[in-house]
Ligand binder design. Structure first.
Ligand code: ADP
Length: 634
């Protein structure tokens, strides 16, 4: 036992304590994953060393093959993992094994329900990493030394996984990290060569460096203890370099879990090798579930970058656009230089062409998923649809392709689920329909019953119902799909084109003519509140409606601007009335100008309410309405 100096006891960050508690209580049904997590960390540590050694070969300290060793002691009930990777110094150990660095962690912890089944899913999304050691161990010792530091600067970290941990400085001749798990008495089954070998084969076969286990050697006669011989138990080659046909689905899945720190299988993947002017391999995955920090600005995103199989950096963000930030994967280039930096990546023209090729791969993969696995695609859309909606604004070149992947609620469904694609919509469009109709609003319940839909319902024309906050903004970037223009049914002078017969149009013109007098009276009565008054042909049941001017901002955009403290340009609605509604007929016949004014304002306010807006002067509305009610009952 080496001498320990500068010993101190420190407390875990609160979030670590919560995570530890939850993990131990939620992941008991899948205990063996602790080994996968620790091997994954060891493999990352070796990758980091290999990379840093490119610039500083002395870090390799005279060589030794890079590897991970897993051993066990049945009597002592321990499992030990040892790597000769980058290692940690005292400060590293205190931060990495005492806190959680992910942004948004505290908020995430608040979401946990205490229901173990639900929480185990959430924890899976969060990723548990090193702390998973405490699923099977009641004490964990970590001995580490950072490559390039003297042997005397080794560090020993030790904890029972409760509230605190100890650190001390030790002598550690070998570089890298050794982790000793003191197994809980019920978990001693893991101190077994056969068991460990199976777990490694199952979860870590794809790890690109050798994972060794001691060979079972029987002692030669007269010998007390045989010398340990090691054997490699995994395949130990980079998975993405192997031909697609030779990689099993399970291997792709386990590799995903390693790079994505996810517990669940991915929804889809795309593995490609590009040869020619540029040479690179890529393996891209669509996760099944959104990570808890998808909307955090600083959340990790981007691919793992390798250059000629050497790991170069995590979270290389330059290979995919922001709206595909949920994609996980690796890219291994033969063209980049090993000392490439983030700054260089941002400017390199090679990266631009890789980015557009990889983007296309992702969109193709999603198209395929949508086509072949519509149920899975529904799940994808629930998790990532909002992010995909950022696409048309960011990625002009792929606008049409992205539009094809979008899913909306529509008047065809009755539960507001976003399942209608634009291609489906067009496939069942009415004969002669050359537009894609949509309506935006606050909530599905509100738009579903909007008077704007009356004429569409009458004619059996489908309308997309867009109620995500981002939708109106999205639609400002989409003008057409498959050659058909988008039309906001609440905007401008709705022209149904070929969907209205010549007779309909003629009849409408005649009605409009006959109501010119009423239009003028309404203009005078409503005055400043409206931009225009006209006869509507969108209504069947409601007396009146407010339409938005062709160039004006809609309600959603106004609210977004207001919320961000920006000045919103003033715009007035267009008041449209339904000439055949009994209330309008009554209004037309009203001789008393005072009552005409009151009734007009009531209709105007009601139309605003139906559009989901709040009234500028609600008290005036109530007063007018009550006045009429009194007259009515008099
Ligand atoms: P994650 O791997 O998701 O970052 P972990 O909790 O598993 O989270 O690990 C925290 C950090 O501890 C790692 O990011 C790494 O910096 C460090 N670490 C863990 N295991 C090792 C190891 N075997 N060698 C060197 N550093 C390690």
């Amino acid at each position: 036992m080496s001498v320990e100096t500068q010993k101190e006891t420190l407390g875990f960050q609160t979030e670590v304590k919560q995570l530890l508690h939850l993990m131990i209580h939620s992941l008991y049904s899948n205990k063996e994953i602790f080994l996968r997590e620790l091997i994954s960390n060891a493999s990352d540590a070796v990758d980091k060393l290999r990379f840093e050694a490119l610039a500083k070969p002395e870090l390799l300290e005279g060589g030794a093959e890079l590897k991970i060793r897993v051993s066990f002691d049945k009597d002592a009930k321990t499992v030990t993992l040892e790597d000769n990777g980058i290692g940690m110094n005292r400060d590293d150990v205190i931060t990495h094994l005492g806190t959680i660095a992910k942004s948004g962690t505290a908020d995430f912890m608040k979401n946990l329900s205490g229901d173990q089944k639900k929480d185990s899913h959430l924890i899976g999304q969060f990723g548990v990493g090193f702390y998973s050691a405490f699923i099977v161990a009641d004490k964990v010792d970590v001995y580490s030394r950072r490559a390039g530091t003297p042997a005397s600067e080794g560090v020993h970290w030790s904890s029972k996984g409760e509230g605190e941990f100890e650190v001390a400085t030790i002598d550690k001749p070998e570089r890298g990290t050794r982790i000793v798990l003191h197994l809980k008495s019920a978990e001693d089954e893991f101190a077994d060569g056969w068991r460990l070998r199976n777990i490694i084969k199952k979860y870590s076969d794809h790890i690109a460096l050798p994972i060794e286990l001691p060979k079972e050697v029987t002692a030669a006669e007269g010998e007390e203890k045989p010398a340990v011989e090691w054997e490699t138990v995994n395949r130990a080659s980079a998975l993405w370099t192997r031909p697609r046909t030779e990689v099993k689905d399970e291997e792709y899945q386990e590799f995903y879990k390693h790079i994505a720190h996810d517990f669940e299988n991915p929804l889809a993947w795309s593995h490609n090798k590009v040869e020619g002017k540029l040479e690179y391999s890529s393996l891209l995955y669509v996760p099944a579930r959104a990570p808890f920090d998808l909307y955090q600005r600083e959340a990790p995103k981007g691919l793992k970058l390798y250059v000629q199989r050497v790991f170069v950096m995590d979270q290389a963000e330059s290979f995919l656009p922001l709206y595909l930030r949920f994609i996980k994967g690796v890219v291994d280039s033969n063209d980049l230089s090993l000392n490439v930096s983030r700054e260089i990546l941002q400017k390199d023209p090679i990266i631009d062409s890789m980015k557009s090729a990889l983007t296309k791969r992702v969109l193709d993969m999603l198209e395929k998923l949508a086509k072949n696995e519509p149920e899975q695609y529904k799940g994808f859309w629930k998790n990532f649809g909002q992010v995909m909606k950022e696409g048309p604004a960011e990625d002009f070149a792929n606008k049409e392709k992205i539009a094809g992947l979008l899913r909306f609620a529509s008047t065809q469904g009755d539960d507001g689920e976003q399942v209608v694609g634009l291609a489906d919509y067009l496939a069942r469009a009415k004969e002669g329909q050359d537009k894609i109709y949509y309506l935006t609003g606050e909530t599905y319940a509100q738009v579903k019953n909007s008077p704007h839909l009356e004429v569409f319902r009458k004619k059996g024309i489908e309308v997309l119902l867009l109620t995500d906050r981002i939708d109106e903004w999205l639609m400002s970037y989409l003008s057409e799909f498959d050659g058909k223009t988008f039309v906001d049914v609440a905007r401008g002078d709705l022209d149904l084109g070929n969907l209205d017969s010549e007779e309909d149009k003629k009849a409408a013109e005649e009605v409009a003519k006959s109501k010119e007098g009423l239009v003028e009276r309404l203009k005078t009565a409503l005055g400043d509140s409206v931009a225009e008054v006209r006869v509507s042909h969108r209504l069947t049941d409601s007396p009146a409606i407010l339409a938005i001017g062709e160039q004006d901002l809609g309600l959603q955009m106004r609210q977004i601007l207001e919320a961000s403290g920006q000045k919103v340009p003033e715009s007035k609605p267009i008041f449209e009335f339904n000439p055949s509604h009994p209330l309008i007929e009554k209004l037309d016949g009203e001789q008393n100008e005072g009552r005409f004014g009151d009734l007009s304002h009531i209709l105007f306010d009601q139309a605003a309410l139906a559009a989901g807006e709040s009234l500028k002067d609600p008290a005036a509305y109530v007063t007018r309405l009550n006045k009429l009610l009194v007259e009515l009952s008099a």
